[in-house]
Design a binder for this molecule. Structure first.
Ligand code: AVJ
Ligand code: FE
Length: 445
């Protein structure tokens, strides 16, 4: 084949993949917004969250702004609603009192925008600049919608009333894991230049040199976390940082969000159903301060973001950084608990096929993992295509989380993907694993 024929075939393949991703994502948005009635969609279920109908129209508005107007150069569909759905102009707490599009209008708006996007997708040339190279703008919009789908899933977890979401339980453990894994000293490549749909904060690729360290082979489980509670961990200021203890006092923290005492044990409310807390599942709905206090109590610490990523991507055989712990292949249901296929984290040992070469498990999926690192740009960071995705959040007020949760779609999760939130937040599907410095003896093995 000549180059142009190959290029044309590649462009057709890309068009097809984008169309599939757009439709797959919209099906999830539809599911999350069709299982409840209009009143429920308009209601604010928690001051931390938007009404679901705000997320819905916001997803359409971002798609309109970036694809219809920017990439497509078309006339606005609804310029009049831009401010309503601008997350920076409308704090979450105010969103329920805005004159939001009612659910029927919001759905019609999304459908109109989507029609225009499919029309555009038929004609777009993927070589007319960095915004569309490799379909980036479409990938960004797919990821944006998937991120809001996860946010809507967190809203579902906060809503009261009978259960409306359904999913089979995650797989059972298939292997027994080591407690911890030693990662030898040395450099690795953090971040990426090559991943076409990686977002600005994942770039550029850069070399990071790390001393030897030890990282937990799996996220901290409910069973381990229960021991911290039973040992009085919530009442012992020495395990907590100063701001952590202040928050623990003010907020009256005593267990993960959505837990309650149940006889001698604990129960956990997930999407409207109470279930006994299962000891071998990763703990979820803890804030950064709780994670840090647990780690100190356990004689460990949280991994830095670089330590997390080296454990997730570094291939000791080649020295290369992979896309995922298991290699470069897209995640399947055998690799990781992603994409709302299940409604809670899988027990430790349930995903042997997703382990890293060194034997670190469940880095991708199950629970977002708090790291010890504040959210910053990598050396050479350049905002693209807008400062408001990442750059305006850089600084010490946000903590980085890695790896994605059971509610994260595979398009919005990879070894380089960075999430961030305030250290007090725990309505997200957040857990953690611990790390520690290697002993001198381990470091010289
Ligand atoms: C990457 C999850 C922190 O949802 O607040 C959504 C992603 N940015 N719309 C968020 C995002 C703009 C963001 N997080
Ligand atoms: Fe958004």
């Amino acid at each position: 084949m000549t180059d142009t024929v190959t290029e044309r075939a590649d462009a057709e393949g890309l068009r097809g993949r984008i169309a599939t991703e757009l439709e797959r994502t919209r099906a999830r948005t539809a599911l999350l917004t069709e299982v409840v009635d209009d009143g429920d969609l308009m209601r604010q279920h928690s001051p931390l969250m938007s009404p679901l109908v705000w997320d819905l129209a916001h997803v359409g508005n971002q798609e309109e702004l970036w694809l219809v107007r920017d990439v497509g150069g078309r006339e606005p569909v609804r310029r009049d609603i831009d401010d309503l759905y601008d997350a920076f102009k409308q704090p979450r707490g105010d969103r329920p009192s805005l004159p939001l599009l009612p659910p029927g209008e919001a759905r019609a708006y999304l459908a109109t925008v989507r029609d225009k996007v499919f029309d555009l997708l038929d004609r777009v040339a993927f070589d007319s600049g960095p915004l569309v190279a490799d379909g980036f703008a479409f990938g960004m919009i797919v990821q944006h919608e998937q991120q809001h789908d996860e946010t809507m899933l967190a809203t579902h977890q906060l809503r009261s009333g009978p259960a409306v979401l359904q999913a089979p339980p995650p797989p059972e453990p298939a292997v027994r894991l080591a407690e911890e894994v030693l990662v030898p000293a040395g450099p690795f490549v953090m971040g990426t230049d090559a991943d076409p749909w990686a977002l600005d904060n994942e770039r550029p690729a850069h070399r990071v040199e790390l001393p030897a360290y030890v990282i937990d082979a799996a996220p901290v489980t409910n069973g381990a976390y229960r021991e911290f509670i039973a040992d009085g961990g919530y009442d012992e200021p020495r395990w907590w940082s100063e701001p952590g203890w202040r928050h623990r006092q003010q907020a009256g923290l005593s267990a993960p969000l959505h837990w309650r005492r149940d006889g001698d044990g604990w129960a956990y409310r997930r999407f409207g159903r109470w279930a006994a807390v299962r000891d071998d599942e990763p703990v979820v709905h803890v804030c950064f301060h709780e994670a840090q206090a647990y780690a100190r109590w356990a004689g460990k610490r949280l991994p830095t973001e670089a330590e997390w990523e080296k454990a997730a991507r570094w291939d000791p055989g080649t020295g290369r950084s992979r896309r995922y712990p298991w290699g470069d292949d897209e995640p399947t249901s055998a690799h990781a608990n992603l994409g709302q296929r299940h409604l809670w984290p899988a027990p430790v040992g349930a995903y042997p096929a997703g382990a890293s070469p060194l034997g670190v498990h469940q880095l991708i999926g199950d629970v977002w993992e708090w790291t010890a690192t504040g959210f910053r740009g990598y050396p050479g960071f350049a905002a693209f295509p807008y400062r408001e995705y990442s750059e305006v959040f850089f600084g010490d007020q946000y903590q980085v989380l890695r790896g994605g949760s059971f509610g994260t779609d595979r398009s919005a999760c990879r070894g380089t993907f960075r999430n961030w939130d305030y250290p007090i937040r725990r309505q997200i599907f957040s857990g953690f694993r611990c790390a520690r410095d290697a002993t001198a003896e381990q470091a010289h093995r």
